[in-house]
Design a protein around this ligand. Structure first.
Ligand SMILES: Cc1ncc(COP(=O)(O)O)c(C=O)c1O
Length: 427
């Protein structure tokens, strides 16, 4: 047995993987290196990564510019505490985020993962209302089919059924859930679509600190794309009822949906925004929660301080790579690139529409989705993709791809071609 195989076997017995059994897990694919859009396995295969490592690796792997940013920072300092200390990588990145996000968003909190940035957003909203003398405003309203992370505050805002957290229901904070947005991205608007949400905010606004949702794309809760008008209506209702709006752009940020931030489709600005995943181009774990002066002033009333401070807050390595990743994005015509990917996903996946087992085919920006009528067998389907030289990780009824923006037309055709074959049941 060679070393790599022994490692994979040891991993299988001792190392937990995301949402996986430790009792009888499938053998994980051992990756030795990654470059561009390709993952190289220990047993000598090349796989085109159709997942961008879960929305993150927008520039692909082993990118010389990002490598250089990491190396340069490593030689200065890889980490230093953020309590009472600051550094250029953090200030540089924060100023870029303030510049790029809508004008009211001015104050940046660096967290160490997407889930933690959601926890921070929850704390910001609660502390804001506390500071404003309304501690009774301590519940949240969200929509079904949402996903916001795996920590307890975030779990309480995930879809109670598809949010993968049913085991914890009895201990989770109870919030309000509106129906998930029904109007598809391009569908004409009908006021009936917002009725359920309107009723809930009308009934409960006195106890609501904030509305939290994923703008435009609901990811892990079903890969659903909904109408920008829904988001505009939510924003209007939040303003009318004095409820904060938190948008979780952790998956959608940095161009993935065709706009820099998904909120830009609706032309709205939230009170609090969460960013993560592609923030560092997928190199290191870092997230940010950004808010307005109004919210920060409320939190700061009577000497209030935001009660959060992770050990690895604003890690300089991660901040330096994040700044380099954002500059790299803007050095390229990212909007045109994402648009071309969208068009190629639509044409490449179109044959799926006539496959009897397929319920729906859709694409938005650099996200392509084939929704099956019944759940797919992940292990079997993944094997078929690997056989075709493609790395995808379907879940439930969804076979989907969000490739790195640097993917070539030929590689993208290989990904969509593999999806068409696998969805069509070709072994
Ligand atoms: C919309 C959204 N919010 C939050 C998270 C949680 O981020 P992390 O996995 O970095 O904790 C995710 C992760 O998939 C996500 O898609």
């Amino acid at each position: 047995m060679d070393k790599q195989h022994r490692l994979a076997q040891w991993d299988r017995r001792h190392v937990w993987h995301p949402y996986a059994s430790i009792a009888d897990p499938p053998l994980a694919t051992m990756i030795e290196s990654a470059d561009g859009v390709r993952l190289y396995t220990a047993d000598g295969r090349e796989l085109i990564d159709g997942m961008s490592s879960w929305w993150a690796a927008i520039h692909g792997y082993n990118h010389p510019v990002l490598n250089e940013a990491a190396r340069g920072q490593l030689d200065r300092m890889s980490h230093v505490m953020f309590g009472g200390i600051t550094h250029e990588p953090a200030v540089d990145l924060a100023s870029m985020l303030v510049e790029l996000t809508s004008a009211p968003l001015q104050k940046v909190f660096f967290a160490d993962s997407g889930s933690v940035s959601v926890e921070v957003a929850i704390k910001m909203a609660l502390q804001y209302w506390h500071g404003m003398g309304c501690p009774e405003k301590n519940r949240f309203l969200t929509v079904r089919s949402g996903y916001h992370g795996d920590t307890f505050g975030a779990m309480a805002l995930c879809d109670p059924v598809t949010g993968m957290h049913e085991h914890f229901t009895p201990v989770l904070q109870r919030h309000y859930f509106a129906e998930s947005p029904r109007c598809r991205f391009d569908e004409p608007w009908d006021d009936a679509y917002i009725e359920n949400f309107r009723k809930l905010i009308e009934a409960h606004h006195r106890e609501l600190a904030a509305v939290m949702l994923e703008p435009i794309v609901q990811g892990a809760g079903g890969m659903r794309f909904y109408s920008p008008e829904y988001l505009r209506q939510v924003k209007t209702l939040c303003e009318a009822y004095d409820v904060l709006l938190v948008t979780d752009e952790i998956a959608t940020g940095f161009g993935r949906t065709g706009e820099l931030f998904a909120c830009d489709h609706a032309g709205i600005s939230p009170d609090i925004m969460c960013l993560g995943k592609a923030l560092t181009g997928g190199y290191l774990t870092l997230a940010a929660t950004i808010t307005t002066n109004r919210v920060s002033d409320g939190i700061s009333k009577n000497g209030g301080v935001l009660m959060h401070g992770p050990t690895f807050m604003a890690n300089p390595l991660a901040c330096a790579v994040a700044s380099a990743s954002i500059r790299l994005l803007f050095d390229r015509p990212w909007r045109e690139t994402v648009h071309c990917i969208e068009q190629r996903l639509l044409s490449g996946l179109a044959p799926c529409a006539s496959i009897p087992g397929v319920a729906d085919v859709r694409a938005l920006g650099a996200i392509g989705v084939v929704e099956m009528k019944t759940p797919v067998d992940l292990a079997a389907v993944q094997k078929q993709f690997v056989k075709r030289g493609v790395w995808l990780r379907p879940f439930g009824k969804l076979i989907y791809t969000m490739p790195p923006y640097i993917i070539s037309d030929d590689d993208l055709d290989l990904v969509t071609g593999a999806i068409v074959e696998v969805a069509g049941g070709v072994k």
